[in-house]
Design a protein around this ligand. Structure first.
Ligand code: NAI
Length: 350
């Protein structure tokens, strides 16, 4: 099923509002989810609405949070999320970080005690839209082994960087620090297909190709990705005084409890380091030069980070709208808030 941006956003907004979220918060959350689906990041779009609605309805997301923005210095602040909607808290915190970076050159804003905040590229693109460079990190529930280990300790701990250019292109590098998302393993399991041995490990911590034997995901790039995954948790967890590592709450453990997740935005004004117009012009040159790099056999073209996501968005609108799985569309337009499918599932929701 293909939907226009307006239709998809309004269906998602209405469902979360009906579950109990205020109209304003439901609208802001639906905006980030639509941003993800239209860029082909379907893992962080409409597919999540039923889970959020179940959490909202069961009280595990504060529907009228007492948000508090506390400056702790000229360039630093804490945004207290009161376990409200992560999309809303992370968006408002980025708006504050943008103001602070414009005023003081740099802003480091820690967001504490929130629920899931989704695709991080949304927030770093906000900074790029304001001619700022940025990094955003957040925690997610433990699913990945530390390099050489056997038990899940860290989440898929994503990181995103954003930068503006002199034209309408933006660099939005946005990735999980695991090789694959858990959803991809579930998909292979349901199709009775094997997985590459680089995706996950079994209970002994050894590479596995049978998806039914997966005990944990693995970090990208071995020990280096593990280090990156760890530092994401240091910046967005340990540094903010929220639960860290394997103590991070599981997405599905108890949908009546807040998740207390951490998220961090770091935003910098390029004009404090170099001429802003020169910077933006050079960023455009970088992208042109990368695109002009001769492609290796089988690759077609060299893309810059975030380019393919924008191409997917343009393709979707050229082909009649954003593609949504029929089953999800049926749920979105139904009167049902949720089907009680997620509460107290294990960390992999299988
Ligand atoms: P991905 O693997 O699709 O892409 C990762 C990055 O690589 C992107 O910046 C993309 O532009 C770039 N890229 C991919 N192919 C490329 C190519 N051929 N040439 C140049 N660049 C290329 O993304 P991933 O890791 O699957 O993450 C998907 C989304 O999930 C992200 O938005 C991430 O923030 C989100 N996420 C959120 C979590 C949370 O708990 N909030 C947890 C994990 C992921």
């Amino acid at each position: 099923m293909r939907l226009s941006r307006e239709e998809l956003k309004s269906l998602m907004k209405n469902k979360m509002h009906k579950a109990g979220l205020s109209e304003k918060h439901a609208d802001m959350a639906a905006e980030v989810l639509t941003w993800s689906d239209e860029r082909g990041y379907h893992s962080h779009g409409a597919v999540r609405v039923e889970y959020y609605s179940e959490r909202i309805a069961k009280g595990g997301m504060t529907v009228d949070p007492k948000f508090e923005f506390k400056k702790t210095g000229p360039c630093s602040a804490i945004f207290e999320g009161d376990n409200g909607c992560g999309y809303v808290a992370a968006t408002l915190a980025m708006e504050e970080a943008i103001k602070m970076a414009k005023e003081n050159g740099i802003a480091v804003v820690g967001v504490r005690n929130i629920s899931h905040s989704g695709a991080l590229g949304y927030y770093t693109e906000m900074a790029a839209d304001n001619d700022l460079v940025s990094i955003s990190f957040c925690q997610s529930d433990p699913m990945a082994v530390p390099f050489g280990g056997t038990e899940p300790y860290y989440g898929t701990n994503p990181i995103s960087f954003g930068a503006p250019t002199a034209d309408d292109r933006k660099v939005v590098f946005d990735m999980a620090t695991t090789v694959q998302a858990w959803g991809k393993i579930l998909d292979k399991r349901s199709r009775h297909e094997s997985i590459p041995d680089s995706w996950a490990v079994d209970a002994k911590g050894l590479p596995v190709t049978d998806p039914s034997l997966v005990n944990a995901l693995v970090p990208i790039a071995g020990a280096k990705g593990y280090g990156l995954m760890m530092m994401v948790d240091v910046f967005s967890g340990v540094l903010l005084g929220v639960p860290f590592g394997s103590h991070v709450s599981s997405m599905y453990h108890d949908l009546s409890e807040g998740r207390n997740l951490g998220h961090m935005h770091i935003v910098m004004d390029p004009s404090r380091f170099t001429d802003i117009n020169e910077f933006k012009k050079n960023m455009s040159t970088v992208l042109d030069e990368l695109n002009a790099n001769p492609a290796a056999e089988g690759y077609g073209k060299v893309y810059y980070p975030g380019e393919r996501a924008v191409m997917r968005r343009e393709e979707a609108y050229a082909n009649g709208g954003i593609e949504i799985v029929d089953e999800i569309y049926e749920y979105l337009k139904s009167d049902d808030i949720h089907y009680d499918r997620y509460d107290h599932k294990n960390r992999f929701a299988d």
